[in-house]
Write a protein that binds this ligand. Structure first.
Ligand SMILES: C[S@@+](CC[C@H](N)C(=O)[O-])C[C@H]1O[C@@H](n2cnc3c(N)ncnc32)[C@H](O)[C@@H]1O
Length: 372
């Protein structure tokens, strides 16, 4: 923990305020933040001034000018890859290792294991790959000596440990998901579905406790209202208890649609993103399922809110039940096949199994509820 102590001291020298907490290793979660005393709700535990952040603005001009047009994500990753300054070495010393990243991040898994990811994770990994490949094209053109592996590692570091950041008073803003900054020490916080309050303004970040914490307990922030499929793809872990968990039914429903039905749905803004969570089947799913069993005029009345759809609910539920049973069957087969798979690492197969078990449980519980 010496490297973490030194880095924390350096962070304080950069103006970061750290109140009663420290970096600590938690089994299965790498480093995180531990309470060194009891806390009430509403106590400020970290303040990071804007001057301590690494943002698109702090990247040396020799790097940003050479690269030209690129995402903030890609630019920060380039700086991290090229950085040899002593100050930042203390920060680099406390980052997860290349082995950690290669083990946990599905983007780096063997392709045969990637193909076993749940659908929503697969979609996210594929989006990440497209983003990475554009960033890499820009960076490798400007800095041909950088190795792809080096860049990939730093790109994933940026992916997993940046905060939402808006340049104060900036006229032009990057797209929402690319408003990023690296925040020293604050990037030790692990994620929970509900966590401390993270406030951001022109002066920087302030993190305060959302509830009382006992000395010795881990203190979390929330990275967003993310499902486990998204957490797995973007951050390389899943939660056991996740209030925001949900699964997508797209790969079961979309192939059942005719081209004409897809057109109707597209026009109405209801093509895709059919979601099931612990409590409800989303309204989009209610809409798409009705297109299978209603004349198009009546379907449109439901879409426009002129018909509450109650009269058709029983027929819709039969169609939904059949889809869920098919999905549950596939999840059962996946769970049976995973122990026979040898590719990848045991920890990667283990997290896949845990996730498929969660999906299976969610489907089973919904089916049971519907059959009551
Ligand atoms: C912002 S960093 C947090 C610090 C990190 N744990 C470390 O060791 O440096 C985000 C990464 O922490 C890990 N992480 C965050 N929350 C987690 C959780 N609840 N369970 C397991 N791993 C978690 C994941 O590897 C994620 O990509």
């Amino acid at each position: 923990m010496e490297a973490h102590r030194k880095f924390s001291e350096w962070a304080v020298s950069q103006g970061v305020e750290i109140n009663g907490i420290a970096a600590h290793r938690f089994p299965g979660r790498g480093l995180g933040i531990i309470a060194q005393r009891n806390f009430e709700a509403g106590e400020t535990i970290v303040v990071v001034p804007i001057s301590a952040l690494r943002t698109a603005q702090t990247v040396p001009k020799r790097i940003s000018r050479a690269i030209g047009k690129i995402t903030v994500h890609g630019l920060l990753a380039a700086e991290l890859t090229l950085d040899t300054t002593l100050d930042h070495a203390l920060w680099s010393d406390v980052l997860p290792t290349r082995e950690d990243i290669a083990e946990t991040m599905p983007l780096m898994w063997d392709s045969s294991l990637q193909s076993l990811l749940p659908e929503a994770s697969k979609v996210t990994v594929s989006k990440l790959k497209s983003k990475l490949s554009l960033d890499w094209a820009a960076v490798s053109k400007a800095f041909p000596d950088i190795s792809y592996d080096d860049y990939l590692y730093h790109w994933l570091i940026i992916n997993t440990r940046t905060f939402y950041f808006l340049i104060p008073k900036a006229k032009k803003r990057p797209p929402h998901l690319d408003c990023l900054a690296q925040s020293p020490f604050a990037d030790y916080f692990n994620h929970a579905a509900h966590g401390c309050k993270v406030a951001f303004d022109d002066t920087g970040y302030e993190i305060s406790t959302d509830r009382p914490y006992e000395k010795g307990s881990e203190i979390y922030i929330s990275y967003g209202n993310h499902s486990n499929d998204l957490l797995l793809a973007e951050y390389g872990f899943i939660l056991e208890e996740n209030h925001w968990d949900e699964i997508t039914l797209d790969s079961y429903i979309v192939p059942m649609l005719s081209e004409k039905q897809k057109l109707h749905l597209e026009e109405a803004g209801f093509l895709g993103k059919y979601i099931l969570d612990k409590e409800v089947v989303c309204h989009r799913t209610q809409v798409v399922l009705r297109i299978f069993c209603l004349p198009i005029r009546r379907w449109k009345r439901f879409v426009d809110g002129l018909d509450d759809g109650d009269a058709d609910q029983a027929v819709v539920d039969i169609s939904l039940l059949s889809i869920l049973q098919q999905y549950e069957n596939d999840a059962t087969k996946m769970l049976a096949s995973l122990p026979n798979i040898n590719s990848g690492l045991p920890s990667q197969r283990e997290i896949l199994s845990r996730r498929w078990k969660q999906i299976h449980n969610l489907l089973q519980a919904t089916i049971k509820r519907m059959q009551k």
